[in-house]
Design a protein. Structure first.
Length: 136
Protein backbone atom coordinates (compact mmCIF):
# COMPACT_ATOMS: atom_id res chain seq x y z
CA UNK A 1 0.00 0.00 0.00
CA UNK A 2 1.20 3.49 -0.82
CA UNK A 3 0.47 6.48 1.37
CA UNK A 4 0.86 10.24 1.39
CA UNK A 5 0.42 12.70 4.25
CA UNK A 6 -0.53 16.34 3.78
CA UNK A 7 -1.48 18.85 6.46
CA UNK A 8 -2.68 22.40 6.88
CA UNK A 9 -1.62 24.17 10.04
CA UNK A 10 -1.76 27.66 11.50
CA UNK A 11 -0.06 27.09 14.85
CA UNK A 12 1.68 23.71 14.41
CA UNK A 13 -0.82 21.41 16.15
CA UNK A 14 -1.93 19.51 13.06
CA UNK A 15 1.64 19.36 11.78
CA UNK A 16 2.66 17.45 14.91
CA UNK A 17 -0.12 14.92 14.35
CA UNK A 18 0.89 14.65 10.69
CA UNK A 19 4.49 13.90 11.61
CA UNK A 20 3.46 11.20 14.09
CA UNK A 21 1.21 9.55 11.48
CA UNK A 22 3.73 9.88 8.66
CA UNK A 23 6.42 8.27 10.81
CA UNK A 24 4.30 5.13 11.07
CA UNK A 25 3.42 5.11 7.37
CA UNK A 26 7.06 5.58 6.37
CA UNK A 27 6.48 8.77 4.37
CA UNK A 28 7.17 12.46 4.86
CA UNK A 29 4.50 14.76 6.28
CA UNK A 30 4.20 17.61 3.80
CA UNK A 31 2.17 20.84 3.79
CA UNK A 32 -0.73 21.11 1.33
CA UNK A 33 1.39 23.43 -0.79
CA UNK A 34 2.99 20.18 -2.03
CA UNK A 35 0.70 18.62 -4.68
CA UNK A 36 0.04 14.89 -4.78
CA UNK A 37 1.67 13.75 -8.02
CA UNK A 38 2.09 10.02 -7.39
CA UNK A 39 -0.55 7.34 -7.13
CA UNK A 40 -1.44 6.52 -3.51
CA UNK A 41 -3.94 4.15 -1.95
CA UNK A 42 -4.63 6.60 0.87
CA UNK A 43 -3.99 10.29 1.41
CA UNK A 44 -3.97 11.19 5.10
CA UNK A 45 -5.18 14.79 5.25
CA UNK A 46 -4.67 16.85 8.41
CA UNK A 47 -6.88 19.90 8.80
CA UNK A 48 -8.80 21.78 11.44
CA UNK A 49 -11.63 24.19 12.13
CA UNK A 50 -11.06 27.92 11.92
CA UNK A 51 -14.18 29.98 12.61
CA UNK A 52 -16.49 26.98 12.15
CA UNK A 53 -15.10 25.75 8.86
CA UNK A 54 -12.03 24.30 7.19
CA UNK A 55 -9.59 26.79 5.73
CA UNK A 56 -10.22 27.87 2.10
CA UNK A 57 -6.72 26.59 1.29
CA UNK A 58 -7.79 23.09 2.34
CA UNK A 59 -10.87 23.31 0.12
CA UNK A 60 -8.70 24.45 -2.78
CA UNK A 61 -6.17 21.66 -2.16
CA UNK A 62 -8.87 18.97 -2.22
CA UNK A 63 -10.09 20.51 -5.47
CA UNK A 64 -6.66 19.86 -7.03
CA UNK A 65 -6.71 16.14 -6.20
CA UNK A 66 -6.95 13.65 -9.05
CA UNK A 67 -9.25 10.71 -8.36
CA UNK A 68 -7.02 8.58 -10.59
CA UNK A 69 -4.12 9.19 -8.20
CA UNK A 70 -5.80 9.22 -4.79
CA UNK A 71 -7.64 6.05 -3.78
CA UNK A 72 -9.21 7.56 -0.65
CA UNK A 73 -8.80 10.33 1.92
CA UNK A 74 -8.21 9.60 5.60
CA UNK A 75 -9.16 12.62 7.69
CA UNK A 76 -7.35 13.75 10.84
CA UNK A 77 -7.29 16.94 12.84
CA UNK A 78 -7.03 18.86 16.08
CA UNK A 79 -10.01 21.21 16.29
CA UNK A 80 -10.38 22.75 19.74
CA UNK A 81 -14.14 22.76 20.28
CA UNK A 82 -15.71 20.75 17.47
CA UNK A 83 -14.86 17.09 17.17
CA UNK A 84 -14.51 16.50 13.48
CA UNK A 85 -14.06 18.27 10.16
CA UNK A 86 -15.17 15.09 8.41
CA UNK A 87 -18.37 16.44 6.82
CA UNK A 88 -16.62 19.57 5.54
CA UNK A 89 -13.80 17.56 4.01
CA UNK A 90 -16.21 15.00 2.56
CA UNK A 91 -18.23 17.75 0.86
CA UNK A 92 -15.07 18.75 -1.05
CA UNK A 93 -13.94 15.17 -1.66
CA UNK A 94 -17.35 14.35 -3.16
CA UNK A 95 -16.85 17.12 -5.72
CA UNK A 96 -13.70 15.45 -7.05
CA UNK A 97 -15.06 11.92 -6.68
CA UNK A 98 -12.62 10.69 -4.03
CA UNK A 99 -14.03 8.48 -1.27
CA UNK A 100 -13.39 9.15 2.40
CA UNK A 101 -12.45 6.37 4.78
CA UNK A 102 -15.15 6.10 7.44
CA UNK A 103 -12.44 6.11 10.11
CA UNK A 104 -10.70 9.31 11.15
CA UNK A 105 -8.49 10.61 13.93
CA UNK A 106 -9.22 13.60 16.08
CA UNK A 107 -7.80 15.00 19.29
CA UNK A 108 -8.18 18.41 20.87
CA UNK A 109 -5.63 21.05 19.90
CA UNK A 110 -4.51 24.01 21.98
CA UNK A 111 -6.46 27.18 21.23
CA UNK A 112 -6.18 30.36 23.29
CA UNK A 113 -6.52 29.21 26.92
CA UNK A 114 -8.01 25.82 26.04
CA UNK A 115 -6.33 22.39 25.94
CA UNK A 116 -2.88 23.62 26.90
CA UNK A 117 -0.05 21.60 25.38
CA UNK A 118 -2.27 19.51 23.14
CA UNK A 119 -1.70 17.50 21.09
CA UNK A 120 0.27 16.08 24.02
CA UNK A 121 2.32 12.89 24.24
CA UNK A 122 -0.72 10.70 24.73
CA UNK A 123 -2.52 12.33 21.77
CA UNK A 124 0.52 11.64 19.58
CA UNK A 125 0.60 8.05 20.83
CA UNK A 126 -3.09 7.68 19.91
CA UNK A 127 -2.35 9.11 16.44
CA UNK A 128 0.43 6.53 16.03
CA UNK A 129 -1.96 3.73 17.05
CA UNK A 130 -4.55 5.03 14.58
CA UNK A 131 -2.02 5.01 11.73
CA UNK A 132 -0.93 1.46 12.63
CA UNK A 133 -4.55 0.32 12.62
CA UNK A 134 -5.14 1.95 9.23
CA UNK A 135 -2.27 -0.02 7.71
CA UNK A 136 -4.02 -3.36 8.35
C1 LIG B 1 -8.55 31.81 13.99
C2 LIG B 1 -8.92 30.50 14.62
C3 LIG B 1 -10.26 30.09 14.63
C4 LIG B 1 -10.62 28.87 15.21
N1 LIG B 1 -11.93 28.45 15.17
C5 LIG B 1 -12.27 27.23 15.68
C6 LIG B 1 -13.61 26.73 15.59
O1 LIG B 1 -14.51 27.37 15.06
N2 LIG B 1 -13.89 25.50 16.13
C7 LIG B 1 -12.91 24.72 16.72
O2 LIG B 1 -13.22 23.62 17.17
N3 LIG B 1 -11.65 25.18 16.82
C8 LIG B 1 -11.29 26.38 16.30
N4 LIG B 1 -10.00 26.83 16.38
C9 LIG B 1 -9.02 25.98 17.05
C10 LIG B 1 -8.13 25.20 16.12
O3 LIG B 1 -8.90 24.35 15.28
C11 LIG B 1 -7.17 24.36 16.96
O4 LIG B 1 -6.38 25.22 17.78
C12 LIG B 1 -6.26 23.51 16.10
O5 LIG B 1 -5.51 22.63 16.94
C13 LIG B 1 -5.34 24.36 15.27
O6 LIG B 1 -4.51 23.53 14.53
P1 LIG B 1 -3.20 24.09 13.85
O7 LIG B 1 -2.24 24.53 14.92
O8 LIG B 1 -2.70 22.94 13.08
O9 LIG B 1 -3.63 25.23 12.97
C14 LIG B 1 -9.63 28.04 15.80
C15 LIG B 1 -8.28 28.47 15.79
C16 LIG B 1 -7.92 29.68 15.21
C17 LIG B 1 -6.48 30.08 15.21
Amino acid sequence: MKYAVRYYTKSGNTKRLAEAIAGVLGVEALPISEPVTEKVDALFLGNSYYAFSIDPEVRAFIGTLDKNLVGKIVNFGSAAMLNSTYKKVKAEADKVGIPMDAKEFHCKGEFKGLHKGRPNASDLKAAVEFAKQMMH
